[in-house]
Design a protein around this ligand. Structure first.
Ligand code: HEC
Ligand code: HEC
Length: 270
């Protein structure tokens, strides 16, 4: 692990996240039992590993740069699109209807593991007659963020047993697979080395409770699958495609490692 300089071990900070002065987030909680102590006793939100300046952007929605894209999604929600002359609002009273949904995704429907992008594009194609959106496009991720925002403050609670079990197992296996020339697994960085610095980055546990996140460096919303791609590419490996079945399974497994943390969507990262 030559990549990881580990002289100054600095864990998560001890700040607490209260949004808009009233919405208190659970940024640390007992690790889910299925982790069997692998990550220690406690799981932490990625927010706890960011600098004060980056953290501050999540404290107030007026300062959160993701909210501009969320506002566009609200406009879109009410805009007719596609051959059927419908908008989302033709059938849904408002995004508030989807409170709790993001906390429970991915989930299995008819034997398929479904994520929010699938639901949104499914509706566009099937009931609106509109072109599907690109997975990591800002229209898609804006809608994913708008729907996620309705679950903000609710605990991540994905189902991992029953018909979800085989997908969860697949995701878990991926999490512990060493990728690329550097032969690094997700666990090598986010389980064994969280709290350490890697180049200029303070490594977190790689949680997804804030996604899509607004990355200041890219000045846009980043999907979970885009983040997974970036992390695998950093090991100098070939990676999977956004929207691939592999990334759906990984999304379920990574979400389950955060069961109990508050949904923070949309979070802000450097
Ligand atoms: C023609 C009517 C219609 C339109 C237009 C429509 N929906 Fe839906 N939507 C439904 C119905 C009916 C359901 C519940 C049954 C289902 O899951 O298919 C639903 C379910 C959903 C769900 C899942 C809720 C849950 O808890 O499982 C989401 C998310 C959603 N819609 C988002 C959207 C968005 C975003 C748009 C616009 C891009 C949209 N819908 C457009 C009829 C519609
Ligand atoms: C070489 C080390 C390394 C590996 C291997 C790695 N990551 Fe990351 N990952 C990072 C760094 C650095 C960041 C940015 C700092 C942070 O949030 O931890 C990051 C960020 C993330 C984030 C965003 C966390 C947040 O709160 O914004 C997620 C999710 C993530 N990684 C998942 C994964 C998954 C899943 C894998 C395995 C496919 C993986 N990573 C492999 C280094 C790595």
């Amino acid at each position: 692990m030559g990549l990881l300089a580990a002289p100054a071990v600095a864990g998560p900070d001890s700040d607490s996240l209260v949004i808009n002065g009233e919405l208190e987030m659970v940024t640390e909680t007992a690790a889910p039992e299925h982790l069997d102590g692998a990550v220690g006793d406690t799981i932490y939100s990625g927010w706890r590993f960011r600098t004060d300046e980056t953290q501050a952007l999540q404290l107030d929605d007026f300062d959160n740069p993701a909210m501009l894209t969320v506002d566009k999604a609200i406009d879109y929600f009410n805009t007719v699109d596609g051959s059927e002359g419908k908008s989302c609002a033709s059938c849904h009273e408002g995004p508030e209807e989807f409170a709790g949904l993001t906390a429970s995704l991915p989930r299995v429907e008819d034997g398929k593991l479904v994520v929010l992008e699938d639901i949104i594009n499914g509706h566009r194609a099937e009931v609106m007659g509109a072109e599907p959106w690109k997975w990591s496009g800002q229209d898609m991720q804006g809608m994913v963020a708008l729907i996620g925002l309705q679950s903000r403050g609710m605990p991540v609670d994905v189902k991992i047993d029953g018909d979800a079990a085989p997908f969860w197992e697949q995701g878990k296996e991926m999490y512990y697979t060493r990728y690329g020339q550097l032969e690094l697994s997700c666990a090598n960085c986010h389980e064994q080395n969280y709290g350490n610095m890697i180049r200029a980055d303070h490594l977190s546990q790689g949680q997804t409770n804030g996604f899509p996140v607004y990355r200041l460096k890219q000045a846009q919303l980043i999907s979970k699958h885009n983040r997974f791609r970036g992390c695998i590419r950093d090991t100098r490996a070939e990676t999977f495609a956004e929207g691939s079945d592999e990334f759906r399974a990984l999304e379920l497994y990574v979400a389950s490692r955060g069961n109990g943390l508050s949904i923070e969507t949309p979070a802000v990262r450097q």
